[in-house]
Structures are given as C-alpha cells and as structure tokens.
Write a new protein. Structure first.
Lengths: 165, 455
C-alpha cells in the first residue's frame, strides 16, 4: 500500500465509522483545525506531553486539570489502522487511555507515519510485549440495545474527531 | 434474584412466547435487521471462506491442546502481574469472586456484559452477600431492572420494544417517559456514570484470552467494558477456559469475523487488550487484576463427541438465522444460552435430564451452519444429542411407540395404504378427543395420497 492509499483508506474507514476526519500538514494547520473542532468554552484536557500536544497547549483558554472534569480530551494517540479506520490508544509511557473515554468529545491527533496497513501489522508490532492497556477505537461509543436502533454516546464519547498530521 | 432453569418446559415456554405479540414483533424486526446487516458487512470481504477456515483451524488447535494453552496463559498472565484462579464449577467461581471482593471491602460493583457470569449466576450470589451489583451494558441494565435474564447473547434485551423500556425507565428512575432510543440511552449514561465513578470494583468477562501474552481481549461498543476494566481500583474478570487463543497475533482473524457476524459491523467501537494490572509508571488499568478461569464441565465436553461446540466464539449469528429462535425468542430455551449453540451448550453443561426437550428445538435446516464464522457443525452436534437422548431413554414413550409403528408401516406399501385409510376414517374421532392440542395444530389427512396424485 502506498502512503497516499493508506492515508485515504484510514480516513475513509474512520468516516464510515462516524468519526470526524481532518488531514493537516504542519503545526499551523493543526492549530487552525483544533480551533474549529473544539468549542471555545469547553473545559479541555490535554496531557501536554508529546511535541504535538505541547504545541497545542496555548490554544485552550479553559483547561481541565484531569480528564474526569473535562468536556473534551485533546491528545496524540499511539497510531491508527487503515483497514478499519481505527485509532490505537496505548498505556505505554504513562498515558491514561481512559482520558479518551470519559469526556463526551475525543479529539485524537495521529501522525501519518504511525498508521498501520492492517490489524495484522498492528498486532505483529505489539504482540511481543503488549502494554498494560491497548485500546482500539473505531468511531464514537454506540449501542443498538433498544430495538437494534443505533444510539451514539453511551458510556464513551459521543463525538470523535481524528486529525491526521 | 436466582433464575431457575426451565428448559424442561420448553414446549410450554414456546406456546407462551408465540402468544406474546410484542415479543413476536420484536423478534421479527430483529431477524430482518440482523440478516441484512450481516450480509452487507461480509460483502466486501474478498477471501471470507479462507478467513473462516483459518479461524476454524486456530480454534481446533486450541481445543486439541487446551490444557497446554491454559497453563501457558496462567503463566503469562501471572508474569504480567495478574492473579489467576481456577474454578472447577459454578459454585467455586462464585465463591472465589465473592471472597476477592469481600476481602477488599468492595460493596459497589459495576459489571460489564459477561455470559459466563450469567452461567454461574454470579449476581444473585454477590447480592446475597450484601453487595450492590450494577449491570452497565445498556441491554443488561434494562433486563436487570426488570428482573429478567438475557434473551440473546449479544443483544440481551432484544425481546423488549422501546415503549416497554420507556415505561420501565419512567417507573424506576423517575424520569419523564420517552420512547426515543437516543434519549433513553442518555438517561442510562447519566445514571451509570455515577456508578462507575463510585464503584469499588469492576467485574467483566472476556471474549478472548491470549495464551502467549496473558492478555484479556474485550470486544465492545458502548465503552462500559472500558470503564469497568479501567476506572475502579479492582478488576475481576471471569471467563471459561475455551476462550484461549494461542497468540495475540491470532486476534485479527477473529476481529474480522466476530463483529461482522454479531452486529454486522466491520469492527466494534472498542477492542480492549488488557495485559496485567497497572504497573509502575502506568496511568491506566486497575491496581489489582484477578482472572477467574471457569471449567464448569468444559474438560468433560472436550473429551466427548460434542467437543466442537467449544470452538464457538459467541457471536450470536446462529440464533439470528434460526427459524425456531426467531419465532420463540431466547427465554423459551430456559437457560443462559439460547438458539442453536444454546441447545448444544445447555444440554452439555446442565445435563440431558434437565434439558432434553431442547434437542428437538431445531429443524436441522442448516442455516446456523452456513453462518457460523468458525464452522461449528451445529446440525451434526444437535443430531448427535438427539441420538444420545434416545439412548439415554429421555424420549417420550408415546412418540417412540408411534415411530416404531410408523417404521413398520412405511416399510410395507400395503400396510402404509391401510394406515392412510385408517387415519382418514378416524380423523373426526382423533380431533374430538385431542381437543385444543390437535385442532388447528395438526393438518387433516388428505383424501388422496401423494403417491396416487403423482403421474
Ligand atoms: S456457534 Fe458459531 S454462529 Fe453460533 S454463536 Fe457460536 S460462533 Fe457464533
């Protein structure tokens, strides 16, 4: 798969799973996109650890000290899978994977070079020494438990935005 | 609440189910939705048969070497920091879990969806010990509130319509009545969020367990599975021993098959791979992880002629296509597992004596075999159990005598023709004596036999 194919498939499949998708290049565009997707007055949790997270830190006027109190989590995640449009969140390096679970809006930043072609590629890479928690996220939280009718945002986020950098 | 097995009353259960028009409407809608979604989801998969072959071969390898994989899992999970417990039967599993929770003073328990915990009737045991147990999967939450058991292994409240759920929530939660599934979902989210944040422990099941890494895999949509396993300080997982996969690298094949077969999704919203508890430097995971591996008769099944049922990955596809399940719903089967896989598993786990009417609850049409992603030979297994039922003397003696007579008559054209004439002549008597059981349920004998009508 060429890099362009991989990127296109990742974004297409994520959109099918009802995620908002954005492809940007450079920090400038990343910040502009974040300004659009994050509502101005929501308390934002951003771990501020990776380079990209640090770059976004100044952007949010209302910061939540921890994800429990946040309406939005903005974070860089471990990677993605093109086959299914999936985000890969890992507890490696002291990351709180549940930060992307509790707030009702999850904004995930993924680097292009962290996209795996298939689920096999991902698991071949992590199966040797998996982290404590590896969570694959495809679209927002959903259920069809009442009359098999789709409802979005059960216990996890009702909105998921993916920004590919 | 303890739920007694009612499989012996299967026939009575089906009569009641067939009279329940709300249930029939719900089952009909479900069957149609499942059918199209599943077909759509598999349509783009190019090498589906090869994928099923591979998944089936992996499951066969697991069964052929189960004790080895279980030992390997125990070693890997222990190395990762989990505490692994082995439970031979349901009572032992319940007691192990009660003790883990009680020893740590845990009172408020949030639960993720787990059919194995239903199998061992965990909730009633924990509640009897004074604990509050809250089911957090939306479907499970609904039926727990109603005091029912699941009627489907994937969509537990499939037998209920939106109006019933709306009235239930209005009654029990004191919220204004609504029948909008999205609004009802929001109500449950709010009520359950408080439970998650104040819980002392989370109890979950697992879809798979990777022997090489000691990882538990949970395949979910709502996010409650993630909450249960990461928010409370203590996580107890219960799973049956056959959930093993040799390696975490085997998982992709199953991630491609399970959600498509179950709900017609390419993949579920969430797949959690949990390897041990929170370690130094981690900010995710329960501080303590206990894994309870349940046997409850599996080792015995493994040694017998029905062992292939243990390949099952609990996708529910076989029940969605089963003409019997689609007509009567899951409760009629009278125990945890309904539908074709349920017929086999219930009979094996609870014994022929408690469940023999179930083995007749199939037309052997083979629809289940056609959809099963891991090629469990359900029709063959059901047929095998029917033979066992006869061998073990659980058949209805009247039916046996009738069949013996029919066998003799069918072998002789003269006798057969005589029988046909007698049936016609005595039909009014049979109808008068049989009453409600016969009238309207049994067709009247035809005046001319099929053989005569053929050119
Ligand atoms: S027997 Fe096959 S179709 Fe039925 S639940 Fe198990 S895996 Fe699915």
């Amino acid at each position: 798969m060429t890099a362009a194919d991989r990127e296109r498939r990742f974004l297409e499949n994520a959109a099918i799973a009802a995620a908002g998708t954005h492809a940007v290049s450079g920090t400038g565009e990343l910040l502009a996109t974040l300004r659009r997707v994050v509502t101005a007055d929501s308390p934002v949790y951003c771990p501020g650890v990776t380079e990209l997270e640090k770059a976004t830190a100044a952007l949010f006027p209302v910061r939540a000290a921890d994800y429990g109190a946040a309406a939005v989590t903005v974070e860089e995640v471990f990677g993605g899978v093109a086959e299914t449009g999936t985000l890969v969140c890992s507890s490696e390096g002291g990351r709180a994977v549940q930060a992307g679970l509790l707030p009702s809006h999850h904004v995930a930043i993924v680097r292009r070079e962290r996209i795996f072609d298939t689920l096999d590629d991902l698991f071949a890479a992590v199966a040797g020494a998996p982290p404590t928690n590896l969570t694959l996220v495809t679209g927002p939280s959903r259920t069809a438990d009442i009359e098999l009718t789709l409802a979005i945002g059960v216990h996890g986020p009702e909105k998921l935005d993916i920004i590919l950098v | 609440m303890t739920h007694e097995q009612t499989s012996l009353a299967f026939r009575e259960n089906t009569v009641r189910a067939l009279e329940d028009s709300a249930l029939r409407a719900a089952m009909k809608q479900a069957a149609d939705t499942f059918g199209t979604k599943r077909a759509d989801a598999f349509a783009p998969v190019a090498d589906l048969e090869a994928l099923r072959d591979r998944a089936s071969a992996i499951r066969e390898d697991v069964l052929a070497n189960l004790p080895m994989y279980v030992d390997r899992f125990v070693a890997s999970a222990t190395r990762a920091g989990a505490v692994v417990h082995r439970a031979n039967d349901a009572a032992t599993a319940r007691e192990i879990i009660r003790k883990i929770l009680a020893d740590r003073g845990a009172h408020r328990i949030v639960k993720g969806k787990s059919m194995v915990s239903e199998e061992v009737d965990l909730n009633s045991h924990l509640e009897a010990a004074g604990m509050e147990v809250v089911e957090t999967d939306l479907g499970e939450y609904i039926i727990q509130m109603e005091g029912e058991t699941p009627s489907h292994i994937i969509v537990p409240a499939i037998h209920k319509n939106r109006r019933q759920v709306g009235r239930l929530f209005a009654d029990r939660l004191g919220v204004p009545y609504t029948e909008d599934p999205q609004a009802l979902t929001k109500i449950a989210r709010k009520a359950l969020r408080e439970k998650f944040l104040s819980a002392d422990a989370g109890v979950s099941g697992a879809n798979f367990a990777a022997a090489d890494t000691g990882s538990l895999v949970l395949v979910t949509n709502e996010g409650n599975g993630r909450m249960v396993t990461t928010v409370p300080p203590l996580h107890v997982a219960i799973l049956s021993i056959e959930k093993m996969l040799p390696s975490l690298a085997d998982l992709p094949a199953f991630l491609r098959l399970l959600p498509r077969s179950a709900t017609g999704q390419t993949i579920t919203s969430y797949v959690s791979v949990i390897t041990g508890p929170r370690k130094a430097g981690d900010a995710t995971g329960a501080k303590e992880l206990h894994i309870v591996l349940l046997d409850n008769g599996r080792t015995e099944i493994l040694a017998g002629e029905s062992r292939d049922i243990l390949k099952c990955i609990r996708c529910g596809a076989c029940m969605n296509v089963c003409p019997v399940y689609r007509a009567v719903g899951g409760h009629a089967y009278g125990w945890t597992y309904p539908g074709p896989m349920g017929i086999v598993l219930t009979t094996l786990l609870t014994g022929m004596k408690k469940s023999h009417p179930l083995v007749d609850a199939s037309t052997l049409c083979g629809a289940c075999v056609e959809v099963c992603p891991v090629r469990v030979p359900l029709a063959e297994l059901i047929l095998g159990l029917r033979q066992r039922k006869v061998r073990e003397g659980f058949s209805d003696p009247k039916e046996m005598r009738g069949m013996a007579l029919f066998g003799k008559a069918a072998a002789s054209p003269t006798l057969f023709a005589l029988g046909q004439r007698l049936a016609g002549a005595f039909w009014p008597v049979v109808r008068a004596l049989g009453g409600k059981d016969v009238a309207g349920r049994m067709p009247a004998p035809s005046k001319t036999s099929l053989r005569r009508r053929l050119p």
